[in-house]
Design a protein around this ligand. Structure first.
Ligand code: HEC
Ligand code: HEC
Ligand code: HEC
Ligand code: HEC
Length: 495
């Protein structure tokens, strides 16, 4: 399938390409010399690499180990360790996500080359849903969808994997995912994104080059829901953006879409028994929701694929990674500060975000435990005031999805610091109010509840899944301000 690019778009792209980025500080862009042709439907990056060897070599480098410990909140810093257990880093997540795959194994992201292998190696409970899990991980997903429609999503994961040509069963994001083979212009290959953009009235065909440098990433770095049928089989993959507009896909709107739609419920939370949806890696939504950098016209590629010189060639750095693992080269094209100062700025933002996310996470976890107590009381015949219960549940869901969102966003707040503060503040207030209502309802029913709720984190952190994963005491607890100790007295950590 070759997407048709109208001639006026190519012309528009050329015109835009010779204009400066619109940011006074932006450097000249790379000049591309095409030395060969790439046939349509070429999945194999090596063939693209014959024509564009420099980009190909940089792309290959996403498989390399990343230097550790640049941001203390991103990586534990222990050399050689490449997969990080997010549940050990944030124990409240083990409690909140208990009940399905994310509560079993949830890791920090690695380089693009690993995306498919990391998924194959993860605990089988994470890919139980089926072929849907491959939608973002293999360039073949779009072709499968064209051939058999959305039904591949419900087929067993390993069966769908086996339909990919053997030599590409470990291939992650490839040139064909982001580029048109003839013009090399950026293109969107994931139908879920184009549908979602239409739903918010964003005409992606008329997107500027700078917008495309963000949308290419929004093919995967977005949150999505897997709509399920009555047997819990996935039938469609949807970005929950209805009711939002470009630059304002807010957490409030996302919650409005997912909270009361049973076909979006993907799992049952162990502690509360509530059926819930789930929020994943909302980098695009969070960054574009009025961040300083988005407002200044930056794209994802500006920071994650800065121009770089390789020999005599000047190219976009296809070794996509954290700017902190690349000497903040991207930032220095605009900010004259030293590497150290820039790094400190990033880490400070992350520190504040983490402190607030922890508050929100533990407050939500305490609410979840109070629901557990409430449900036990109901089971043993105590009468719980329904109005208080309903109000508490609404507040709980609001707090839960906010906490879920902050924990899933991969920059730890950097992409939009003030938005992170706003969301975390609301989550803390909602979870705290929820606790007050449940305590009142329990008190009225004559059930006494201790001041300190034992979160029993050890129960959720240990013996997880088929691999029997345990709390990893070598992973530093992410607690920059000591707030975790305050919120969860040592005895309740219990691991
Ligand atoms: C086809 C889906 C897809 C596309 C398109 C995509 N990503 Fe990713 N990205 C992923 C997945 C999946 C991971 C996590 C891989 C893992 O942990 O195995 C990831 C990881 C990352 C990481 C962490 C890398 C590291 O070295 O730790 C960064 C940064 C990143 N992506 C940025 C981007 C940017 C910027 C773009 C657009 C230019 C982009 N991604 C496009 C799916 C995608
Ligand atoms: C102004 C620069 C900037 C822009 C623009 C930007 N990012 Fe980031 N991004 C960062 C920084 C800084 C971090 C934190 C990296 C760290 O802690 O190591 C980060 C972290 C990430 C991570 C996690 C990386 C890791 O190592 O775990 C991903 C994924 C990511 N960004 C994707 C995106 C996407 C997608 C966009 C566009 C929607 C985007 N970024 C826009 C600067 C930026
Ligand atoms: C995740 C998306 C993504 C993938 C995968 C990807 N690219 Fe790119 N590529 C980009 C972006 C973003 C740009 C910058 C485009 C712009 O500024 O208009 C770019 C630019 C280019 C350019 C123009 C010159 C330059 O360096 O800016 C070439 C050539 C290129 N890529 C080749 C490749 C090849 C070959 C592969 C596979 C080995 C590949 N790309 C994989 C996103 C991607
Ligand atoms: C293309 C230019 C550009 C790049 C690249 C860029 N910035 Fe910025 N940055 C800006 C502009 C413009 C502003 C807003 C005006 C100002 O305050 O200077 C800004 C604001 C900031 C702020 C204050 C606002 C906030 O969000 O807290 C910080 C901190 C910052 N940048 C850090 C970074 C870091 C770290 C990087 C690299 C990961 C980076 N910037 C990359 C242009 C850029």
């Amino acid at each position: 399938m070759k997407p048709r690019v109208p001639a006026f778009l190519i012309l528009a792209a050329l015109v835009v390409a010779i204009l400066p980025l619109g940011l006074g500080c932006a450097p000249d862009e790379p000049e591309t010399v095409k030395t060969g042709t790439i046939p349509a439907d070429t999945f194999d990056p090596k063939v693209w690499g014959d024509v564009y060897p420099v980009q190909y070599d940089l792309w290959l480098a996403t498989a390399e180990d990343r230097p550790a410990g640049e941001s203390p909140y991103k990586r534990g810093g222990d050399e050689g360790k490449v997969v990080y257990d997010k549940l050990s880093e944030y124990p409240f997540m083990a409690l909140l996500f208990n009940g399905w795959g994310f509560g079993v194994e949830y890791n920090e992201p690695r380089g693009h080359a690993h995306m498919l292998t990391d998924q194959i190696e993860i605990d089988p409970s994470r890919v139980k849903t089926g072929g849907a899990c491959l939608t973002c991980k293999t360039p073949y997903a779009t072709a499968m969808r064209e051939e058999q429609g959305a039904s591949y999503m419900a087929d067993p994961y390993l069966e769908v994997l086996s339909r990919i040509p053997e030599e590409h069963r470990e291939l992650g994001v490839a040139c064909i995912d982001c580029h048109d083979n003839e013009t090399m212009a950026l293109k969107l290959s994931r139908p879920a994104l184009t549908t979602a953009l239409e739903s918010i009235g964003f005409d992606h065909e008329g997107a500027t080059r700078q917008q495309m440098r963000t949308l290419a990433c929004a093919q995967c770095h977005v949150t999505y829901v897997l709509q399920r049928d009555e047997e819990m089989k996935p039938v469609e993959l949807i970005y929950p953006w209805q009711g939002s507009s470009e630059g304002a896909i807010t957490i409030e709107n996302i919650i409005d879409v997912i909270k009361d739609e049973p076909s979006y419920y993907e799992w049952k939370q162990g502690v509360t028994g509530f059926k819930l949806a789930f929020i994943r890696h909302p980098e695009y939504e969070f960054f574009t929701a009025g961040s300083v950098h988005a407002n200044a016209g930056l794209s994802c590629a500006d920071c994650h694929m800065p121009y770089t010189r390789v020999g005599s060639a000047k190219v976009s750095d296809h070794n996509v990674t954290s700017p902190l693992k690349n000497e903040l080269e991207a930032c220095r094209q605009c900010h004259p500060s030293s590497i150290e100062d820039l790094k400190d700025q990033v880490v400070q933002i992350q520190e504040r975000t983490l402190s607030m996310t922890n508050r929100a996470g533990y407050a939500t976890a305490v609410s979840a435990k109070l629901f557990e107590t409430t449900h036990k009381a109901q089971e043993s015949g105590e009468k719980i005031d329904q109005a208080l219960y309903d109000q508490a549940k609404e507040l709980y869901l609001q707090a839960f999805y906010r906490t879920n969102y902050l924990g899933a966003e991969n920059s730890l707040g950097f992409h939009n610091p003030s938005e992170a503060g706003r969301i975390a503040g609301d989550a803390v207030a909602m979870a705290t109010q929820c606790q007050a209502l449940l305590r009142q309802a329990l008190a009225e029913a004559g059930v006494s509840v201790p001041a300190d709720i034992n979160l029993e984190l050890g129960t959720y952190l240990n013996n997880r899944g088929e691999k029997g994963l345990m709390f990893d005491s070598e992973v530093e607890l992410k607690d920059p301000t000591g707030v975790q100790d305050l919120l969860t007295p040592a005895e309740s950590l219990g691991y």
